[in-house]
Design a protein around this ligand. Sequence first.
Ligand code: RIB
Ligand code: CA
Length: 303
Amino acid sequence: MRTVILDTDPGTDDALALMMALNSPDLRVEGVTTVGGNASLTDTTDNAIRLVEYLDEERGAIPVAVGADRPVHGSFTHAYHVHGAGGLGVRLPAPTLKPHAMSAVEFICDRALQAVQPLTVIALGPLTNVAAALGSRPDLVDALAEVVVMGGAFEAPGNITPHAEFNIHEDPEAANAVFASGVLVTVVGLDVTRQTSMHRRDGPRWFEGESRSAELGNRILADRFQERADLQEFYLHDPLAVAATIDPDILTSRPAQVSVVTEGDERGRTVARYGGGTVKVAVDVDVERAVGIVRSLISDSQT
Ligand code: RIB
Ligand code: CA
């Protein structure tokens, strides 16, 4: 059982990742911290609260702490055209809970530094909160078991520019700080996440069963495929980061020192110097096992 905090910018694939984490018998979700990115911080926070309330009715509310509404420099470039109105596309019941009193940075530091078992941060959005937490408490480096980052593009083209993946491009300075901090990182980039997807042709029941996660997962995918006529594959970017946290063996990873370009046209590009370092770069994935974990954790029949 791993204790995790999801730092997230929901976001449709973030929503599927959150369902997996809440449903997994191998993870205990300590809390959710929100960051701007796919949508405004207001929307990502509203979506996070709506999701944990809708998905977690019986277990009592998971705390949601609010993080950064902008990167270290500049502002976030939102992706409503990808994720739909409000950042989720579909509607969920209005939230009844309020965000946690602590900020995201305070929440991450507080929970990590008092944890009996070192906890893992699963970072599914820009790394602004994670970098700020590590910068505010350097002892966090040793307190955290690991940071699993969905981000980067190493031998693969980017998705927001030819060179850069969205999460890293949103805050390259923060990403550099996280990769250089010495905290153990597994980085799950486009090199592997683009190999895992749900296909339009396999719908409308991509997830089996009548559970709320199966129903909502199907509704989110149906909405995306309906709204985006060009979309044939829904990439499982964030769900793969959660699957890799549950079963690291689905990835083939190489130790490296990772840096991020912060200037010029290649801003946001991730560069790996393999051979050693505190970052494990995912270079391949067992697609069948990975997609199987995603499907089983969102469907009713959880193996
Ligand atoms: O590049 C994909 C990543 O950017 C995913 O985390 C998606 O949710 C967006 O945040
Ligand atoms: Ca995300």
